[in-house]
Design a protein around this ligand. Structure first.
Ligand SMILES: *Cc1c(COP(=O)(O)O)cnc(C)c1O
Length: 225
C-alpha cells in the first residue's frame, strides 16, 4: 500500500526541518516544488489541495495540456527539464520560472520571445557528466553575463541535477560545488542570487545541509513513477 500524499508531505516537512536544523538553517528558507511529470491532472489537483502550488514539469509538450486544464492562476509552474529553442514560444503566460537555462543561444531565444519578465535559473552540470544537460562550470561566467544582460530574464540563481549514486552522501560535493559557483557568480555580477535549486527524492536531506533553497520532489511525494 503506498502512503497517502498527505502522509508523504508530512514526512517530507519533518525531514526538511531536521536537515535544516542540523545545518543551523531556518527550514522556512527551503521551498518545495512538487514534480508532477507523468502524473494525471487528478493527482495534481490533489497536491494543490494540500497547498502544493509550485509545480515542476520537465517537458513543455507534456505540461501544456495540464496547464491548459488546471490553469496558471494562483499556481507557479516551473519548467525543470531541458528547453528546446523551438519551444520558447510556449513559456510566457504559463510558466512562472524556467530552471533549465543552459546556453547563451537558449537565453537569447527565450528573451527575444518574451514580452514580460521571467524568473530563470541557470542549470549547471556540476559533475560534468557527458550525457547530461546543463551548462559546464567553465562556461558559467559567460552564460550568467548573457542571462543577466537579457532584457526579460531575471536571473534568480542556479539549479543542478546530481548524478545517480548508490549512496546519497557521494553527491554532497556536487551540492557544495553548486553553492560555491553561486557565490562566485553572485560576486561577479554584483547581485544576490538567492535560489539554489538542488535536491531530489534520493538526496534532498543532504542538499538542504549544503544550502538548497528549492527542492524538486517527485517520488518522495507521489510514490514511484
Ligand atoms: C524528475 C525530476 C525531478 C524529481 O525527481 P524525483 O527523484 O522523483 O524526486 C527533479 N528534477 C528534475 C529536473 C526532474 O526531471
Amino acid at each position: 500500500m503506498p502512503e497517502s500524499l498527505e502522509a508523504n508531505l508530512r514526512h517530507i516537512r519533518q525531514a526538511i526541518t531536521r536537515s535544516a536544523e542540523r545545518a543551523g538553517r531556518d527550514p522556512g528558507e527551503v521551498v518545495l516544488v512538487a514534480v508532477t511529470k507523468t502524473l494525471p491532472v487528478e493527482r495534481i489537483r490533489e497536491a494543490i489541495g494540500l497547498g502544493l502550488t509550485r509545480l515542476g514539469e520537465n517537458r513543455v509538450q507534456e505540461a501544456l495540456p495540464k496547464i491548459e486544464e488546471i490553469g496558471p492562476a494562483d499556481l507557479d509552474w516551473h519548467l525543470i527539464g531541458h528547453l528546446q529553442t523551438n519551444k520558447v514560444k510556449f513559456i510566457e503566460g504559463r510558466f512562472r520560472m524556467v530552471q533549465s537555462v543552459d546556453s547563451v543561444g537558449l537565453a537569447e531565444a527565450l528573451d527575444a520571445r518574451l514580452q514580460t519578465a521571467l524568473d530563470v535559473l541557470i542549470e549547471v552540470n556540476v559533475a560534468e557528466e557527458p550525457q547530461k544537460t546543463g551548462g559546464l562550470p567553465a562556461d558559467l561566467p559567460a552564460l550568467a553575463r548573457s542571462v543577466n544582460a537579457a532584457q526579460h530574464l531575471r536571473l534568480r540563481g542556479l539549479m543542478t541535477v546530481a548524478p545517480m549514486v548508490a549512496d546519497a552522501e557521494q553527491v554532497r560535493p556536487v551540492f557544495r560545488g553548486l553553492r560555491s559557483l553561486r557565490d562566485t557568480t553572485s560576486q561577479q555580477l554584483g547581485m544576490p542570487l538567492p535560489v539554489l535549486s538542488m535536491g531530489m527524492t534520493d538526496d534532498y536531506p543532504i542538499a538542504i545541509e549544503e544550502g538548497a533553497t528549492m527542492l524538486r520532489l517527485g517520488r518522495a511525494l507521489f510514490g514511484p513513477r
